[in-house]
Write a protein that binds this ligand. Structure first.
Ligand code: PXG
Length: 290
């Protein structure tokens, strides 16, 4: 595997960053997880736009242009000869000293990893995911902006630990007010009487790229979709539920806190969204090998 760090490709064993990098010392940095399918990168522009927004929000100066990062991302995939896989794009604050101020970090560090991705086992896509509500709340916007895809993921990691220890596949995270925000690495959607609902970004959801794609799909299929604050009641009493994320794609959720959602099986509208999503990922995107 060849890994891009600040303009140079290194073999995995030599791909290293400084122990004084503030990404490591303070979780000071941002990232994107991007998928490519069938020789095309899915929604590359949207992912890079979100990365630039994250950079702006944390006052990090990107060390290269949008076009340069786009070219570097495609080149990293080519260097690894992949057609299907996953890109982890990381921008850290860079090398500094043992004080948390980023003033001592002269240049941000850009890392691009292109690899295969471990999917959930196929049976999870057939059967659906089991969820529990986590005691760990989604970070409050006044503490750690939840819309920023930052390297500070301890909040989500702790929620994931809770879900795993409870024997569930995913953890549902509530915001400070007790409204549904999202899962530990996925956005959540419920369906009731044919209409799709998802929490707004201001309720603590990440502005997911896959989430945006689901809005497009529903509009195209004529399925009503809206953003609205939700409580756990809305999930318990939904007819269907599904989760979205670059890693998870679109996947049904069939249980929350031991209550089966609907009839406890992936629902019909969920299936239609999944089919349309698969078509989009296999047929659209930025061509890698021109
Ligand atoms: N919420 C959170 C907190 C996320 O981290 C999503 C929602 C879904 O967003 P996208 O843009 O992917 O539709 C994410 C994304 C991983 C991994 O390595 C995590 C994500 C994406 C890709 C890989 O666990 N999270």
């Amino acid at each position: 595997m060849k890994i891009y760090i600040d303009g140079v490709f290194y073999p995995e064993s030599e791909a290293k960053v400084s122990v004084f990098d503030h990404g490591l010392l303070y979780g000071d940095g941002i990232f994107e997880g991007i998928r490519f399918y069938n020789g095309r990168v899915f929604r590359l522009t949207e992912h890079l736009e979100r990365l630039w927004d994250s950079a702006k929000a944390i006052a990090l100066k990107m060390p290269l242009t949008f076009a340069e990062l786009e070219a570097a991302t495609l080149e990293t995939i080519r260097q690894n000869g992949l057609r299907d896989g996953y890109i982890r794009l990381v921008v850290t604050r860079g090398k500094g000293n043992l004080g948390l101020s980023p003033d001592r970090c002269p240049k941000a560090c850009v890392i691009i990893i292109a690899d295969k991705i471990q999917l959930y086992p196929e049976e999870k896509y057939q059967q659906g995911m089991v969820m529990v509500t986590c005691a760990t709340r989604r970070a409050a916007p006044a503490a750690l902006l939840p819309a920023v895809k930052s390297l500070n993921y301890l909040n989500n990691v702790m929620a994931k630990v809770e879900a795993t220890h409870a024997g569930a596949d995913e953890g549902l995270m509530l915001n400070e007010q007790g409204y549904v925000a999202e899962c530990t690495g996925d956005n959540i959607f419920v369906i009731k009487k044919g209409a799709v609902t998802t929490p707004p970004v201001y309720a603590g959801a990440l502005g997911g790229i896959t989430r945006d794609v689901v809005f497009e799909i529903c509009e195209e299929l004529g399925i009503p979709i809206r953003e609205r604050e939700m409580t756990r009641y809305d999930v318990y009493t939904a007819d269907e539920c599904f989760l979205t994320g670059t890693a998870a794609e679109v996947i049904a959720a069939i249980e929350l806190d031991t209550r089966p959602i609907g009839d406890g099986k992936p629902g019909a509208i969920t299936q239609r969204v999944i089919e349309k999503f698969r078509k989009l990922t296999s047929e659209t995107g930025t061509v890698i090998y021109g």
